[in-house]
Design a protein around this ligand. Structure first.
Ligand SMILES: CSC[C@H]1O[C@H](OP(=O)(O)O)[C@H](O)[C@@H]1O
Length: 380
């Protein structure tokens, strides 16, 4: 059961004054409850084990493709760190793999979770080949899970660097640019700094950002509750708009580029992201506005050839029937049916380029699809 940590932290600012959704030290994991109204309600929940981790991910206490993967891995790390275990190294391996397979069932669309689980599973199987004690297997697992937390921030800063550099060279003639983003892809969706919001942070730090526009991102309101909070916290010039105002803002000439995150990118570049992203991409295409996806390589799923194969999570009707992403008062009439997909797929032909920590993936002029496999092979 998720318990509120005694005494919530200051308004979300933790290590180094930056916002963090994941507060971890060996043996202890606390997650910022992102169902709440940030920054008015800043509550951290204690996560004691993988069951708490699964619940926190399913309930979107923690959300965001990279953050989901890291929270899952660390929830199991605190479980094995704090529980006595009397089995063999083989027993430890079996326990970890069983718990990892359970964690991956918490949310289906973001590939980062299954990617992290597969990497950790392989590490456990390799470790147990030579380990003579259970604690050796557990220690290797904990070290690997902690490394994911550390590596993610560095990855996001590299995404920010490559993204800002690419936009500055591809939006020549503009002293500063205004960028629109959808959902939340910042420190509250990752281990810190963010992906698409990381590019916005990099543009701001280089003096190239005029303004960031963020959409509310109904029905969970990641934009109005989370992205607006991050932008205000970092004193980045920003304006919040309704999802339905995107096309009008573009038509008025206020948007120079769009940058969004990703939950799963297929081998051809088709990208699953928060519901509403496809709408934004169509509007950008109609208005001749560059549309960028920013994501770590761990968001790429080369096992699927196109977005048709991406499983789209459908969430509770309550998120639409009630206010505040489902936690508030009822607003829609009882008896109305609801369709509430949490993601949609933007076809590669509507995406200008994909910004990763290894560099920017572009299409050959005439192509509608990306050669992502080729990029990854050369980026190694
Ligand atoms: C860097 S976060 C990537 C991605 O995850 C978000 O989904 P959710 O809030 O449901 O976890 C959103 O699609 C972001 O773009």
């Amino acid at each position: 059961m998720l318990l509120e940590a005694n005494g919530s932290s200051a308004a979300g600012a933790t290590a180094g004054g930056s916002l963090q959704s994941i507060c971890y030290e060996r043996g202890s994991l606390r997650l910022l409850d992102q169902q709440r109204k940030l920054p008015l309600e800043t509550v951290y929940l204690d996560v004691k084990d993988s069951t708490d981790g699964w619940t926190a991910i399913r309930d979107m206490v923690v959300r965001g493709a990279p953050a989901i993967a890291i929270a899952a891995a660390l929830s199991l790390a605190v479980e094995v760190c704090n529980h006595d275990f009397n089995g063999t190294s083989e027993d430890a391996s079996s326990l970890l793999i069983k718990k990892l397979e359970y964690l991956v069932s918490s949310r289906p669309t973001a590939v980062n979770l299954s990617d992290a689980v597969e990497k950790l599973r392989s590490l456990v199987l390799k470790t147990v080949e030579t380990a003579t004690e259970a604690k050796t297997v557990f220690q290797a697992y904990i070290d690997a899970a902690e490394t994911m937390l550390i590596d993610d921030v560095a990855s996001n800063k590299a995404i920010g660097f490559h993204g800002a550099k690419h936009l500055r060279s591809n939006l020549e003639g503009l002293e500063k640019i205004s960028v629109l983003t959808h959902c939340n892809t910042g420190s509250l969706a990752t281990a810190g700094y963010g992906t698409a919001l990381g590019v916005i942070r990099a543009l701001q730090s280089e003096g190239f950002l005029e303004k960031a526009f963020c959409t509310e991102t109904r029905p969970f309101n990641q934009g109005s509750r989370l992205t607006a909070f991050e932008l205000v916290h970092d004193q980045i010039p920003a304006t919040l708009i309704a999802d339905s105002a995107v096309a009008a803002l573009m038509k008025a000439g206020h948007v120079n580029a769009v940058i969004v995150g990703a939950d799963r990118i297929a081998a051809n570049g088709d990208t699953a992201n928060k519901i509403g992203t496809y709408n934004v991409a169509i509007a950008a295409f109609h208005h001749g506005i560059q549309f960028y996806v920013a994501a770590p390589i761990t968001s790429i799923d080369l096992s699927i050839s196109s977005g048709e194969q991406i499983v789209i999570e459908e969430r509770s009707a309550k998120e639409l029937l009630h206010s505040d992403g489902g936690r508030g008062k009822q607003v829609a009439a009882s008896g109305i049916s609801v369709w509430n997909p949490a993601f949609d797929v933007t076809p590669a032909r509507l995406i200008t380029a994909i910004i990763t920590e290894k560099g920017v993936i572009i299409k050959k002029a005439s192509d509608e699809a990306f050669d992502i496999k080729g990029f990854i092979e050369t980026a190694k």
